[in-house]
Design a binder for this molecule. Structure first.
Ligand SMILES: Nc1ncnc2c1ncn2[C@@H]1O[C@H](COP(=O)(O)OP(=O)(O)OP(=O)(O)O)[C@@H](O)[C@H]1O
Ligand SMILES: [Mg+2]
Length: 498
């Protein structure tokens, strides 16, 4: 009897394989980080082959740890860093270029060019997205223009495009030897090439961006039997794909309109379920597909994307060296009683929601001789909370739904100082569920539902439970004073890039 469901969580910093039981509890997990490649300021790349090899390794490791085999898996789902784009050779499986990561800003000139005629929001009605360096369509455009031979190969179907979900699914099902070339609706909605209503590639946008349809994957639902694994998942049914943030929405049981979650990882991503119709934003959020279960109607979401939150903690660790491990940020921040009037705007990839300003760059404001590394650490954590407040306010304004409680998950939510400050800054309680690996869990649910391991989404609701709640304690004057200083700091970050 098969007892478990597996999920591959291929993130920006690492790849995990997690095995879950019927209660949605973690049975086994293995994780590997991969190299972040920064060839120039603003450029961020990953080696797709390294990601594929790490994925294979973590599958083996997680199974081996608990003496499991592929026969113990009823199904496997895939969730991934979204928007990160690559093109590879169909015959050899070799990437034509590194994967261009969602945070990469090299397409800013292309964005400017397309904005000239019709403005930043010219594709919003169809795709739900503003023109920005963030989305994968223009990253593919860049590869086609800059990698010798890429355009010809893509046009003849000899090169295949995908976000990381597509790359992994293709390799997991045989690669050059019959691998399936698909992507799910949630990932497709992040390319800016898909029509949100029809859930198909849009011929006009393909033409506008000079992208040949022959290189694009087939768009499928988030939960259905796609195929059977070869190699590391030999014989296992592959039946779930969700972009990481949509997976977290699903794993957090936000299954009714108005329910929202906020994930604290490399960046922060707040998503609200808005039901069966795309919900346009006028407050700087994006409209995206939340999930689509088999033949059922697609469920849409509003999203507030913040590029840099946990990544700022990593930057302090790796680039500046004031901490050794991410977890050290909390004790360092606790060495001071407040931020000492220091504010850190981490606009390393410009600013995403709700401002969408590609020209912003990171700044630290308010430095005096009084400031020390404790203040910098505190300012870095507070930046996550201020940015989240901006997004939450936009979410409430757009949706007209009051958020009474913020469901949090992701790697940063172990940070208690941050969680308390977050509750203080948004002035609603912040809730941490028992399982914070909601990204992997959501992909496991999508895969398990397709094969009948879970019977309905009621099982997801039943499995969800609270670990801890933080209640706001800060008085209103203090809260507003801090927030207005933050906003002043943000104005200092704008327009730095050309
Ligand atoms: N104790 C902590 N305090 C603050 N930040 C932390 C702490 N522990 C981890 N982090 C941050 O959390 C992030 C990792 O979280 P998580 O694993 O959810 O990220 P992620 O976005 O899912 O990664 P990926 O992009 O690889 O999926 C890192 O950026 C790390 O710096
Ligand atoms: Mg993640």
């Amino acid at each position: 009897m098969t007892k478990y469901v597996g999920a591959i969580d291929q993130g920006t910093t690492s790849s995990r394989f997690i095995v879950f039981d019927r209660k949605g509890q973690i049975v086994s997990v293995a994780q590997r980080e991969h190299e972040q490649i920064y060839p120039r300021p603003g450029w961020v790349e990953h080696n797709p082959v390294e990601i594929w090899l790490n994925t294979r390794t973590v599958i083996f490791e997680a199974l081996e740890k608990k003496g499991l085999s592929t026969a113990d898996l009823a199904a496997v789902g895939v969730t991934n860093q979204r928007e990160t784009a690559l093109l590879w050779d169909r015959k050899t499986g070799e990437p034509l270029y590194n994967a261009i990561v969602w945070q990469d800003t090299r397409t800013d000139q292309l964005v400017n060019r397309y904005e000239q005629d019709g403005g930043q929001d010219r594709l919003r009605a169809k795709t739900g997205l503003p023109l920005a360096t963030y989305f994968s369509g223009l990253k593919l455009h860049w590869i086609l223009d800059n990698v010798p031979g890429a355009r010809e190969k893509a046009a003849s179907g000899d090169a295949l495009f995908g976000n990381i979900d597509t790359w992994l699914l293709w390799n997991l099902t045989g690669g050059p030897d019959g691998g399936i070339h698909i992507t799910d609706v949630t990932n497709a909605s992040r390319t800016q090439l898909m029509d949100l209503e029809t859930l198909e590639w849009d011929a006009d946008i393909l033409k506008l961006f000079s992208i040949p349809a022959a290189c694009l994957p087939r768009i499928v639902s988030s939960s259905e039997r796609y195929g059977t694994g070869k190699g590391p998942l030999e014989g296992v049914t592959l039946s779930g794909i969700l972009g990481d943030q949509q997976a977290a929405l699903f794993g957090q049981a936000c299954l009714n309109p108005g329910e929202a979650k906020n994930t604290y990882g490399t960046g922060n991503f707040m998503l609200m379920n808005t039901g069966e119709k795309p919900f346009p934003s006028t407050c700087g959020l994006v409209t995206t597909v939340g999930y689509k279960l088999g033949d059922k109607k697609a469920i849409y979401a509003l999203e507030g994307s913040i590029a840099i939150t946990g990544a700022l903690v990593q930057w302090l660790r790796d680039n500046i060296g004031i901490i050794k491990n991410s977890a050290d940020i909390e004790p360092l921040a606790r060495t001071v009683s407040d931020n000492g009037d220091v504010y850190f705007v981490p606009a390393f990839s410009g600013l995403f929601a709700p401002r969408w300003d590609d020209s912003a760059r990171g700044v630290i404001c308010g430095l005096t001789r009084y400031a020390n590394k404790g203040h910098i650490a505190r300012a870095a954590l507070e930046a996550t909370a201020y940015q989240t407040r901006e997004v939450l306010e936009a979410m409430v304004k757009d949706s007209k739904v009051e958020i009474r409680e913020l469901r949090a998950d992701g790697g940063m939510v172990v940070n208690e100082l941050l969680m308390q400050f977050q509750a203080d800054m948004v002035n609603v309680p912040v809730v941490r569920p028992r399982v914070i690996e909601t990204t992997a869990l959501g992909a496991a649910y999508a895969a398990g539902l397709a094969v009948g391991y879970w019977h309905s989404t009621d099982d997801i609701v039943q499995n969800w439970g609270v670990d801890r709640r933080w209640h706001p304690k800060m008085d209103a004057d203090k809260r507003e004073q801090l927030y207005s200083r933050w906003n002043k700091a943000v104005t200092r970050s704008l327009g730095w890039g050309d």
